[in-house]
Design a protein around this ligand. Structure first.
Ligand code: LHQ
Length: 263
């Protein structure tokens, strides 16, 4: 069951996840991350969930690692950050990318450090005009993690990614849209209505094929053209055997709206 650190609600095939430590801009502790990961893993296996929507409670989306948790008590040794990143953050990034259904980040406010990285690992970012993205790591003498050095150069190109990661400056939602870093920019009061409507729409689509498409997008970052063409052929074979494909073609030929079931 979800704790109060992560709120969940499922409706019409959409799992709605809220990061819920608003008093510290939803900065991440190990228990919170563990709950988030368990929630994502359950969603991954649950055929009733066909799209996932993630947002933050209060005025922030997520301010990355809870720096109080990462700071040792007086007289105690420093934590091993390598072990911490491997245990707390990397599994979440893998779960987001392996999730065989679309994941939407509704970024309501500041997304800093690993909080920004988490948004970058989602399939779609819809940002409120009040949102911002800060690669805060440089400000405190750390390196970007949680996939930031993987996703950001691919999203915005090396020049802008380098500037963001080395300067740690705030990028506004409007700038992020101009950079191609986010999918959509909306007015603050429209963020949740629009994001929910968007996730609802995704959940009615041919989500089995969307999951396969995500696998191909993931694979494209490592494959050469021949390997990618082969992967496309392979997964087209899989998609072609799906009920959703039968339904999609039958609806097209019958000039009616398809009713996909996600398998
Ligand atoms: C926070 C935090 C926070 C605790 C706001 N922690 N309390 C992985 C592994 C191991 C080690 C380290 O790191 C990592 C990955 C990472 O994510 S490193 C990057 C960690 N994150 C940051 O460095 C961002 C720190 N936060 C900020 O720079 C600012 O809070 C931002 C720019 C996000 C927002 O600024 P403001 O809008 O001015 O809000 P604020 O600073 O006043 O924050 C509101 C409250 O939230 C405040 O508490 P208070 O009791 O004073 O109201 C902050 O202390 C608390 N908070 N982020 N990461």
């Amino acid at each position: 069951m979800a704790s109060q650190l992560i709120l969940t609600e499922t409706s019409a095939g959409v799992l709605f996840i809220t990061l819920n430590r608003p008093e510290v801009l939803n900065s991440v502790t190990a228990p919170m991350s563990g709950e988030f990961l368990a929630t994502l893993n359950r969603a991954s296996d649950d055929d009733g969930v066909r799209a996932v929507l993630i947002t933050g409670a209060g005025r922030g989306f997520c301010a990355g690692q809870d720096l109080a948790e990462a700071t040792p008590a007086p007289g105690q040794p420093m934590q091993d950050f390598a072990a911490h990143v491997r245990k707390v953050y990397n599994p979440v990034v893998r779960a987001l990318r392996r999730m065989p259904k679309p994941v939407v980040a509704a970024v309501n406010g500041v997304a800093a450090g690993a909080g920004a990285s988490l948004a970058f690992a989602c399939d779609f970012i819809i940002a409120s005009r009040q949102a911002s993205f800060i690669q805060a790591f440089a400000r405190i003498g750390l390196v970007p993690d949680t996939g930031a050095t993987f996703f950001l150069p691919r999203l915005v190109g090396t020049a802008r990614a380098t500037a963001m990661m080395m300067l740690g400056e705030k990028v506004t939602a409007e700038q992020a849209l101009g950079y191609g870093m986010i999918y959509r920019l909306v007015e603050p009061d429209q963020l949740m209505p629009e994001s929910r409507a968007f996730a609802d729409h995704l959940a009615t689509q041919a989500t089995f094929a969307l999951g396969l498409t995500k696998r191909l997008i993931n694979a494209s970052t490592a494959n050469d053209l021949d390997a990618q063409l082969e992967a496309e052929a392979d997964l087209q074979g899989t998609a072609g055997r799906s009920d959703d494909f039968q339904e999609g073609v039958s609806a097209f030929l019958g000039k009616r709206v398809p009713s996909f079931r996600g398998h």
